[in-house]
Structures are given as structure tokens and as C-alpha cells.
Ligand binder design. Structure first.
Ligand SMILES: C[S@@+](CC[C@H](N)C(=O)[O-])C[C@H]1O[C@@H](n2cnc3c(N)ncnc32)[C@H](O)[C@@H]1O
Length: 254
């Protein structure tokens, strides 16, 4: 498995398929254009609502407070942005940033519908090359997004650059279950039920097959922690959630 995709490599993985590096971004984009309108309902169905608890925990670990500037990267439909917006208040700011305009549009409409309009900015960005000045953010989060990025190490380095000294990065992502019995049940669920749910709700089984495969190709807990260290983060740690189905990684920039 290639955790990162250095520029001299010509292929990378898209789920279990090997694709030219230059094609991956477009294929990921097609997935999120296809599911954007039904993304939120699918999250609740797939996780039985538990994704809300994982996200709440992420906010609790963020240290965000009034006046902070936050980057919710790969923020999609804005679950974290909405919670951060309330935390940072009138004197703070949250950037909802995503590479995909369909996801961003659903996210922006959701924030407006909830009356969250005063402290949120929107940005269409690639996590690998963030268009923000050095030392801008008190906290950067990327929830269920890093898995989709072609060059993950480059993205972590880009995030490191834009975080202020004293700030932190939180990566919430699917990871490796810590109990063999859980892995078995989870594999059955992911490869038989998940694509069927995807087909029923979004009419797109392939995108949910990609989801199941991309989770298996993503770096495990310790590998991702090493990647944090390589990017320059310190005091790196992770917390397994729901038996390691998901992990929250955290690192600081000093
Ligand atoms: C599974 S969604 C997660 C959305 C949201 N963070 C959440 O937890 O509900 C993954 C998001 O990552 C975005 N994404 C994929 N590759 C990206 C990249 N290179 N840079 C920024 N965002 C990216 C997708 O467009 C999509 O909106």
C-alpha cells in the first residue's frame, strides 16, 4: 500500500483499483458529485447516527473557543463547520473548504438554512496545496476526507504550514478495527450491505463500494501517526472510536 503518492509515482489506488495518479482526483470528484444531495441521509443510515458522536468528540478535542480561526478542510456538507461556528462566535471565523463544488454548495445551503451566516467563509481548495498564508489557523480539521486525497503526506505538510504555532490538526478518519471479531462483522457489513444501501438511497452502488475499499487502503493508526510526525507535528496521538472503526488523530505545531 502506498500511504502517500510522491510525484514520481505514476499510479495510485482508487479503492482497490490502480489508476494513473492524474486520474484519481477526477474519480474522487465523480463520487462526491454523485452522492452530494443524499450525502447526509446516507451518513445517518450507514452509521446508525454514530457519526454525530464521532464529530462531537472531534469538536471536544479541538480546543476551539471564542475568537479562533478554524479550517474545516474537506468539510463537505458542513457538520463540523456548524458546530465550530457556534463555538468560535462572532469574533471567530470558520472556513468550510472542499475541493468539490457540489458538496460545498449543499454545505453552504445547509449553513444558510440554519442561520449560520456571520462567521463562515467558503473556499474551494485542494488539501494538497492550501491557498492560505502560513500560520493562519488555530485548528485544522479534516473529517473523512484525508482518505480521498491523492498525496496524503503532501496534504499533511500543507496543513502544517497553515496552522499557527500552538495550533493543532485533527484528522477524523476510518481506521483499522482493533478486534478481529469486529473486523469480520465490519467487512461483511461494508462489502455486502453498504453498496446495497448506496444503491437504494443514492442510486449509486459504486460510490459506496469505493467507500468500503478506500477505507481498507487507508493508512492504519500507527502509520498515520508516523505521517503526522514526518509532516512536523508534535505530541501526536490517536484515539480509537467504536473499536477502531474510526480513529481521531491529533498533532500540534509548536
Ligand atoms: C466523506 S466526505 C466528508 C465530508 C465531511 N467532512 C463530513 O465529515 O461529513 C469527503 C470530502 O472530502 C472532499 N475531498 C476529497 N478530496 C479532497 C481534496 N484533495 N481536497 C479537499 N477536499 C477533498 C470531498 O469532496 C468530500 O466532500
Amino acid at each position: 500500500m502506498s500511504e502517500s503518492t510522491p510525484e514520481n509515482e505514476t499510479t495510485t489506488h482508487f479503492g482497490y483499483q490502480n489508476v494513473p495518479v492524474a486520474d484519481k482526483q477526477k474519480r474522487v470528484a465523480d463520487v462526491f458529485h454523485s452522492v452530494a444531495q443524499k450525502y447526509d441521509i446516507m451518513n445517518d443510515i450507514m452509521s446508525g447516527g454514530i457519526h454525530r458522536l464521532w464529530k462531537r468528540y472531534t469538536i471536544d478535542m479541538s480546543g476551539a473557543r471564542a475568537g479562533h480561526t478554524i479550517l474545516d478542510l474537506a468539510g463537505g456538507t458542513g457538520d463540523l463547520t456548524a458546530m465550530f461556528s457556534k463555538r468560535v462566535g462572532k469574533t471567530g471565523k470558520v472556513f468550510l473548504a472542499d475541493i468539490n463544488e457540489s458538496m460545498l454548495k449543499v454545505g453552504r445551503d445547509r449553513m444558510i438554512d440554519r442561520g449560520l451566516v456571520n462567521n463562515i467563509e467558503y473556499a474551494q481548495v485542494n488539501a494538497e496545496s492550501l491557498p492560505f498564508a502560513n500560520n493562519t489557523f488555530d485548528c485544522v480539521t479534516i473529517a473523512f476526507g484525508l482518505r480521498n486525497v491523492t498525496d496524503k503526506q503532501k496534504a499533511l505538510e500543507s496543513m502544517f504550514r497553515v496552522i499557527k504555532p500552538g495550533g493543532r490538526l485533527l484528522v477524523l478518519e476510518f481506521s483499522k478495527p482493533v478486534f478481529p471479531w469486529l473486523s469480520k462483522i465490519y467487512d461483511q457489513y461494508s462489502f455486502s450491505l453498504l453498496p446495497k444501501f448506496g444503491e437504494w438511497v443514492t442510486g449509486d452502488a459504486d460510490s459506496y463500494q469505493y467507500l468500503a475499499e478506500s477505507i481498507r487502503m487507508h493508512p492504519d493508526q500507527e502509520t498515520l501517526k508516523d505521517m503526522f510526525n514526518t509532516a512536523g507535528f508534535e505530541d501526536c496521538e490517536y484515539h480509537n472510536l467504536t473499536g477502531g472503526i474510526v480513529a481521531l488523530h491529533r498533532g500540534f505545531k509548536y
